[in-house]
Design a protein around this ligand. Sequence first.
Ligand code: CMC
Length: 429
Amino acid sequence: MTKKNSLSITDNRTGKSYELPIENGSIRALDLRQIKENSEDFGLMAYDPGFANTASVKSKVSLVDGEKGILMYRGYPIEQLAEQSSFLEVAYLLVCGELPAKDEFDQWSHEITTHTFLHENVKKLMEGFRYDAHPMGIFVSTVAALSTFYPDSKNLDDAECRKHQIQRLIAKTPTIAAFAYRHRIGLPYMYPDNDLSYAGNLLNMMYRTSEAKYEPDPVLEKALDVLFILHGDHGQNCSTSSMRFVGSSEVDPYCAMAAAAAALYGPLHGGANEAVLRMLREIGDKKNVPAYIKRVLNKEIRLMGFGHRVYKNYDPRATFIKKVADQVFEVTGRNPLIDVALELERIALQDEYFVSHKLFPNVDFYSGIIYQAMGFPVEIFPVLFAIGRTPGWLAQWQEGHLDPEQRIARPRQLYMGYGKRDYVPIGKR
Ligand code: CMC
């Protein structure tokens, strides 16, 4: 039989057969629309809650092979980038599609380093938050507010203008993060030091007090840079899809990225690193792990930092993060919660439930332990995730904008509500 790249479907309601082309291992959902019970019929749709089996875009930014536990940015394995590259170089790769030549990288780094300051009115806006405001709430709002400071960002079809907004956002996210942190602990905001590296400057803005010049510990600076690389991009996850979804309305990238960051905030996504830390604190000691796992097996709670929609194997980012943890602990001392985490992982990975459900530790399981050892409070963890994910969001946003197939995102629904009924005045209900 000759191989045909098509799918034959018979509609048993009508007995009619259809042949749908298969391209890139998928059929076009709109090709289903021709399948109708009668001429009045709207046509067949695909129902896919949570988009579990729907490709919403064609992308060249990152590949997640969940079965094999592989992650690549623009074809480069994450392990090689984490070991040999830097976050700013990876940001260039994600946004521009190729690794930069030396002069391209110098220019890129210069542009980002010279856009780290915030307008003083942005600072005033941040000062208006309550003393105990969650830094992620401040982050989401401040990124959205930047839209009003840069009205030129609406010029979406101008490549130079897009690049400028992308560089501004990559440059300013650490400043927003650090100001949000210092706001919460009541310290004066510390301005960027553009002599320092991207990660070193973040540590400076977070931790500098009275010293004339802040000198970041090189091991911690490198570890933070690696953590940012590991979070750079990850296919069409919830926040990236939000970025593309909102961006498809052609709003400016600040508003689109605020939506992406809002999606990241949730405990099932980037908020999981914070949730993991709270969980480990609640467990408190290795000896309490079996009782906690029992509650998970009884479906009372979920094991935070475990499981993934795409990975049905060990998350390669989690493997790498364990190595980073060892390096960080040599400087900071061992975080005792690591023993609880290792015991949780050991017991979970032997358990039939976790094995049969293919539940493995994900990137968030160990990242929080490292952040905590470095002195970051738990509330800032999702903001650190957002800094790392910023170039990925922007690369995906730009890719969407340049895709001739992109249309405003507008899913269908299966309406299950009432048919027509007449309004009843309030006194007669
Ligand atoms: N603990 C216990 N059971 C779990 C867990 C977990 N963490 N995750 C999934 N399951 C079970 C779930 O109960 C269900 O079991 P059953 O089929 O018996 O009803 C099955 O596995 C499938 O779960 P699901 O909720 O349909 O899976 P999903 O693909 O919709 O959800 C997830 C993916 C990441 C939201 C989920 O695994 C989860 O809630 N994990 C904990 C939160 C977390 O760590 N999130 C960070 C994800 S990695 C960082 C990022 O990229 O955002």
